[in-house]
Ligand binder design. Sequence first.
Ligand code: SF4
Ligand code: SF4
Length: 339
Amino acid sequence: MNKETICAEALRLGFDLCRVARAGAAPHADALESWLQNGHHATMDWMRRTAEERSDPRKLLPGVSSVVVLATNYYRAAPAEPAEDAGRIARYARGADYHDVLGARLRALAASMESSGGQQKCFVDGGPVLERDWAAACGVSWHGKSTMGIHPQLGTWFFLSVILTTLELDPDVPLPERCGRCTRCIDACPTGAIDRPYHLDARRCISYLTIENKGPIPEEFRVAMGDRIFGCDDCLDACPWNRFARESRDAQLAPSAEIPGKPLREFLRLDEAAFKALFRGSPILRAKRRGFLRNVCVALGNKGTTRDLPALEQALNDHEPLVREHAQWAIGEIRARAS
Ligand code: SF4
Ligand code: SF4
């Protein structure tokens, strides 16, 4: 199979872009090392443990020649503001878990490549691969100052996935960087997490704090979190390249009709079983019930009213100390506003 045949099959399977990079040491391996050394990965210790593999895909697949990079558009226009009593969920997390959807497509593509004798390994965001580095190397996107990849037609709203392969495929060329003098993403970040162009301090990022962070939300960031209950899109919404984004028609990645508009206080009623049932197949499961309810309490502290106090007072009896502490904080904020 040559590159053209592989990419034609990728588009048939539902990917929007397919390009190829030559495998070798990852271009930003040094930057990754210094980011880890400075502790900017926060508690994501798995990033440190897998740094060697991340820096060089030859550690993941001996004999690897090429990195096939796939992008999948997930952009859906959404109301600018959530309902009065609802929370804000990052766009990518409003429907099915993309790991499941894209993983199945990747495996189908890898299986078709096997017929050419290649060995393949598939990764959907989460494996020890610097996807954005490889996407930049082959021109799927360029590195934006927000640290997100940007494609001139998809903007920033796409999932990346990669296949490492022993097949020798013609590499594609990178795109020129086109951030220019723009700093809108940096200016839009509510917590100053993009502390300089192309550099993110995960310890300050709401996406990290509401998803990967398993402990309390530091008090200094609670007000800045606003009504965000899973992830944050502010630096993406600010990017002028997103004016070119077009609506995804991918039915498997369609947003859930129920979850995004649900009143915040209703989430506080979920026990473990109900939480798992409501979010079955959703990326929100990653935060686990305790993390998600912690986020809901913070959002209620920021936008809730006295109508939300009974649900929060009930949460003071939650079996999770994390939920109890954040419920207490929210009650204090609401009472302070009411008085
Ligand atoms: S996701 Fe939100 S908090 Fe994180 S860098 Fe972007 S704007 Fe800042
Ligand atoms: S907002 Fe501006 S600086 Fe930031 S990634 Fe987009 S184009 Fe680049």
